[in-house]
Design a protein around this ligand. Structure first.
Ligand code: DQA
Length: 147
């Protein structure tokens, strides 16, 4: 089973940016942890991060026929990007959206995720552990689809 892990804008700054919100872990450290748990379950991960909306749309489109599911943190694009939502709808793969912070506890403009409307489910607010839970949920959904 193969999963694309797609990370949106400013997530390359984790460990530096607003540590009181996002914690001290870097994106690389989060990916290392995910790799370890994925390996135990025979899951292969492909990591991608971009600060550019169009590159994220391209990566989602490339997922069609190359991976079994998408784990995505669209970051700020969650709240603005119809293009990313449309790309997710177009490929129609099992998709889990994750957020490190609890977007419902934050500014009003973060409390709506446009992209979440194209996801199977959303996990928000558990720090880097959101990625771990997202991976477990997505692995489960893909197994059910494949069965
Ligand atoms: C985020 C929440 C977004 O509102 C924000 O723009 C991010 C990160 C999160 O993981 O908590 O960059 O997606």
């Amino acid at each position: 089973m193969k999963i694309a892990v797609i990370q949106g804008p400013n997530l390359n700054m984790l460990g530096v940016r607003e540590q009181h919100i996002y914690g001290p872990m870097t994106l690389e450290q989060i990916h290392e942890q995910m790799k370890a748990s994925a390996q135990q379950n025979g899951v292969e991960l492909e990591f991608f991060q971009s600060n550019l909306e169009g590159e994220i749309v391209d990566r989602i489109q490339e997922s069609l026929g190359t991976v079994d599911g998408i784990l995505i943190n669209p970051a700020a694009f969650s709240h603005t990007s119809i293009a990313i939502k449309d790309a997710l709808s177009a490929v129609n793969l099992p998709t889990v959206e994750v957020h490190i912070s609890n977007i419902y506890k934050r500014e009003e403009y973060r409390q709506k995720s446009i992209t979440a409307g194209a996801s199977t489910g959303v996990i928000t607010g558990f720090g880097p552990f959101s990625y771990h839970m997202g991976l477990i949920a997505l692995t489960q959904i893909i197994s059910e689809v494949k069965a």
